[in-house]
Design a protein around this ligand. Structure first.
Ligand SMILES: [Zn+2]
Length: 136
């Protein structure tokens, strides 16, 4: 009990004020602030939190709100693929990311190929209709 009182009396208290505007009663470090109020510690803590957050989650690269609710057309498919690509690119490099990028590239090739075939079939149909060989 006695030793505790001496410690309290001899040690400096924090220069900062608490939430109620009263002087902080915590033990102060070399800079005159407690660990909670120290500007240096606060900055390091904030940066630590930021780094920790960045490690744990990758920010969204694509805008999910612009995605179609249902996939009905090739344009819808391409919108989803664009979104998936935008989400994947900012991720930290890994084997999974590499595999996903290859899978996305394959899906893009399939979708674009299908779209080109549709366009060519439509052009042929239109040409035949113009010649009167196919009924509209
Ligand atoms: Zn303090």
């Amino acid at each position: 009990m006695t030793s505790k009182r001496i410690t309290t009396r001899t040690s400096k208290t924090c220069k900062a004020k608490n939430g109620r505007g009263e002087p902080c009663a915590a033990h102060a470090g070399a800079d005159g602030y407690c660990a909670f109020h120290s500007p240096a510690h606060g900055k390091a803590r904030a940066e630590g939190h930021k780094r920790g957050g960045e490690r744990n989650r990758v920010p969204h690269g694509g805008g999910a709100e612009g995605l179609p609710k249902r996939i009905r057309t090739l344009t819808d498919v391409l919108a989803v693929l664009d979104y998936a690509l935008a989400e994947t690119l900012p991720m930290e490099n890994s084997i999974q990311r590499g595999r996903l990028l290859v899978a996305l590239a394959h899906a893009f090739v399939e979708a674009i190929k299908t779209g080109e075939l549709e366009a060519r079939v439509e052009a042929i149909e239109n040409a035949l209709k113009a010649r009167g060989e196919v009924k509209a």
